[in-house]
Design a protein around this ligand. Sequence first.
Ligand code: AMP
Length: 558
Amino acid sequence: MEFKKLVKCYESLEATTKKLEKRDIVAKFIKECPTELLSTVVTLLEGRIFPAWMETELGVAENIMFKALARVTGLNEHAIKNETKKAGDIGTAAESILKKKKQRTLTAKVLTVENVYKNLEKIPTLTGTGSTGQKISLIAELVSNATPEEGRYLVRLILEVMRIGVGEGIIRNALAVAYEIEPDLIDQAYSIRNDYGEVAQLIRSGGKRALEKVELEVGRPLKPMLAQKVETAQEGLDEMKGKAAFQYKYDGMRVQIHKSGNKILVFTRRLDNITKQFPELVESAKKFIKADKTIVEGEAVGISPHTRKPQPFQKLSQRIKRKYGIEEMQKQIPVEMNLFDIMYLNGKNLLNTPYVERWKKLESILEETRDFHLAENLVTTDAKKADGFYKKSLSLGHEGLMIKNLDAKYMPGSRVKYMYKLKIERETLDLVIIGAIWGEGRRAKWLGSYFLGARDPDTGNFVELGKVATGLTDEDLENLTKLVKPLVESEHIKDVKIKPKLVVEIAFDEIQKSTKYASGYALRFPRVKRIRDDKGPDDADDLERVAKLYEEQKKAKK
Ligand code: AMP
């Protein structure tokens, strides 16, 4: 397929803000796409090179792109940076630079989706000395063959900032319309495979039946089931017809462990592979999970090496991204694993097995040790007993309780009424930093206030919800500035536009309706609670959750 064809589709997607139009454009393109390219094209329409479950990332920084563009156009990097500042986005800048370049090289070849993908696939395999040069060459080869319009989207695709307003919601709805399948069924299959390209292939080859039969795979992470909130243990019991499993709510990171013989993989809730960072979990899983093939889930809590008391999540999160000094980190912040679910065991998918049975199975394959054991669990019909258990959990430094329906199946990726959380704290929002303003006076060297965005689930865009400057010490500001700086997209005097990547947990007093921000909402007294490095922009809270909290708050006021 000529790359031009895909570019035409990107152009029409960028030209409209209407979600239904976007959905229909994507649906039409998917339907007309040849089968052998379907999976690649769907992934590219999502603005991704590799599907979400894959660990592989392109990881091309803007600087590499400046160099590649310089090589193709003969301009210096400075001129290209200026053009980018002027245009506000590097894709648009690439287009205008390529337009100005007097002639396309006579030897230019027609770009096809296949050869674009072939070059891009090679990029992550390059490592070590000389790899940057090789990456630049692969990108430059593509750009030199691109027309200006193709250049615009090629550059954006490589940097993974498409700006066409197509997120998971639109892909899902487009598949639903194209093949007349209920969106929920597509969601279910996607939560298990985490690959819309594959889901599209399945639909094309076997329709609804193929989706219903979608299978778990040891080694491929699935989306975790999410919890709703209750205010009291009694409310939890009422929701579960009088009997439930209560468990400590640990403040750590949700972890999925995949075991196949002696091969262990560990994933976070956002499907990141953290096997290398947590060697002790690998060792424990090998030794203490008595099953050949299984997928289990639990909460890993960072503890103090001496007192064994739970450490704030912020400490543990330092381990997640570590590439070096892992042994040292392991000594400083050892983890205690609290297992609470099992989704797969020796060839059997357990997603539809009731929780009470899953728990028994998990219990039966686990040899419990001090650092690797089941979550503290109390099955009761008695709200008083549950209240006592709640108090005990809090006194031990945990967050509260999880309340689970014993008859419920496991619904990957869904916030269903099978699992509730009970904690004292008021609700917070996980929002994405989308902009910032340089500080003043003493704080001039740091970015001082940050614009927050909530995810629009359909388009994947982030819409502004307010600005936060409080709750930040000098150290925080320095830290945040460090984290945010590589994400700067453009700057205008003091205003900085930031690529939506970094998630922060925000506490606030109230959500208000407001015309000041694009979301239609504003936060009263927002404060940064912590940086959520265990979450990516896809896991950030969306507008639906903001609207729901707003409604709940209105009800509570009455
Ligand atoms: P929240 O992040 O506030 O929505 O609370 C849900 C999270 O609590 C889950 O995603 C887990 O990471 C965590 N958690 C801690 N303990 C448990 C438990 N016993 N069962 C399930 N989730 C737990």
